[in-house]
Design a protein around this ligand. Structure first.
Ligand code: 3PG
Ligand code: MG
Length: 399
């Protein structure tokens, strides 16, 4: 594959040229205050933006935020992100009130060399996510008209066949940004020949979301540790009652098959923290995984499980982790995620944290980001990469 990257663009010279950068600035916002609660994705795109600024480009940044329905929706405005991006870059970011309309055109038209503009949320336009090629293409035409070259640094969105990811690169000279390049380099180490033992930790709420990646990883990994809401469907498949815990009934048989296919590879919790309700102050106890009371729901893995997972991780040479082990946003149910994350940092292994929630957990729990080998900015994207799927955003960058 031949993907040209930012260095190739810089070598061409970008001074005075408009460079359209697709970033993934889809950051979590506090529901009440609207404040950015984790700016990891904004920081991750700074190397690309700074390099373009220094080289004198007119930098036009675009992104989605949340899932608005193809029309403007103030709660999903990127305006707060423009403020934060400006602070981090140390220079004001000019914000356009729309994505490709009058405001975008005049904002971009007024940029001086080395200045940065951020366009309003791409998903305020139905064309961005449309399944209709012509509708997406028409929006891509408008977007592409705002740049002379295109850089994709939105790793978190490369698995989406959206106009800004898939159709704009067909219309402009296109390059991979520093973040996309690094993400692909790191993940290809996992799909190539990872140093063994290769241990994968999966959490999150649904087996159905992770089924494809489990199927793809099972033959390759040495150990697959399962926690989070999805562990209860596996525990049910083992024959345990799970009370009122999250359960995907139609996946129980699938989980049973997975465990039979790879005997001994899948490690499940042996104890869980079971609570009266899904609430930060709910009454809760640690119970054996085969003894969850019928009126209670599991909200975290228990300490014995953490110790078992930590022992497996201490042997590992390669680790991939996606998905929290429990409801880490509530202090009472954060110990599992914290314990597993700490075990990963202690292992003498190349470790990759995949995704939005687990990356946010690392920062929310105050763990040292630099003690992980790599923290991916893409949840769905990194999983689909490991599944071996063709990612529309990456394919579009290949010539
Ligand atoms: C993410 O947060 O997973 C990425 O920004 C992609 O967002 P999406 O899942 O809404 O497409
Ligand atoms: Mg997602």
């Amino acid at each position: 594959m031949t993907i040209r990257n930012l260095d190739d663009l810089l070598a061409e010279g970008v001074s005075g040229r408009r460079v359209l950068v697709r970033a993934d600035l889809n950051v979590p916002l506090d529901k009440q205050s609207g404040e950015i609660t984790d700016d990891g994705r904004i920081r991750a795109v700074l190397p690309t933006l700074s390099a373009l600024v220094q080289a004198g480009a007119k930098v036009v940044v675009c992104s989605h935020l949340g899932r608005p329905k193809g029309a403007p929706d103030p709660q999903f405005s990127l305006r707060p992100v423009a403020g934060r991006l400006g602070e981090l870059l140390g220079a004001p970011v000019h914000f356009a009130e729309d994505t490709v309309g009058d405001s975008a055109q005049s904002t971009v038209g007024a940029l001086a060399d080395g200045q940065v503009a951020l366009l309003e949320n791409l998903r305020f336009n139905a064309g961005e996510t449309s399944k209709d090629d012509a509708e997406r293409g028409a929006f891509a035409d408008q977007l592409a008209a705002l740049g002379d070259a295109y850089v994709d640094d939105a790793f978190g969105a490369v698995h989406r066949k959206h106009a800004s990811v898939h159709d704009v690169p067909a219309r402009l000279p296109h390059f991979a940004g520093r973040l996309v390049l690094r993400e692909v380099e790191v993940l290809s180490r996992l799909t190539g020949s990872p140093e063994r033992p290769y241990v994968v930790v999966l959490g999150g709420s649904k087996v159905s979301d992770k089924l494809a990646v489990i199927e793809a990883l099972l033959p390759t990994v040495d150990r697959l540790l399962i926690g989070g809401g999805m562990c209860f469907t596996f525990l049910k498949a083992q024959g345990h009652e799970v009370g009122t815990s999250l359960l995907e009934k139609d996946m129980v048989e699938t989980c049973r098959n997975l465990m039979e296919r790879a005997p001994g590879k899948i490690m499940l919790p042996v104890d869980v923290v079971a609570a009266d309700a899904f609430a930060p102050d709910a009454a809760h106890d640690t119970v054996p995984a085969d003894g969850i009371p019928s009126h209670r729901l599991g909200l975290d893995i228990g300490p014995e499980t953490v110790a078992g997972f930590a022992a497996a991780l201490s042997q590992a040479k390669t680790v991939f982790w996606n998905g929290p082990m429990g409801v880490f946003e509530m202090a009472a149910f954060a110990n599992g995620t914290r314990g597993v994350a700490e075990a990963i940092t202690k292992a003498d292994a190349f470790s990759v944290v995949g995704g939005g929630d687990s990356a946010a957990a690392v920062r929310a729990l105050g763990l040292d980001e630099s003690s992980f080998g790599h923290i991916s900015t893409g949840g769905g994207a990194s999983l689909e990469y490991l599944e071996g799927k063709t990612l529309p955003g990456i394919a579009a960058l290949e010539n």
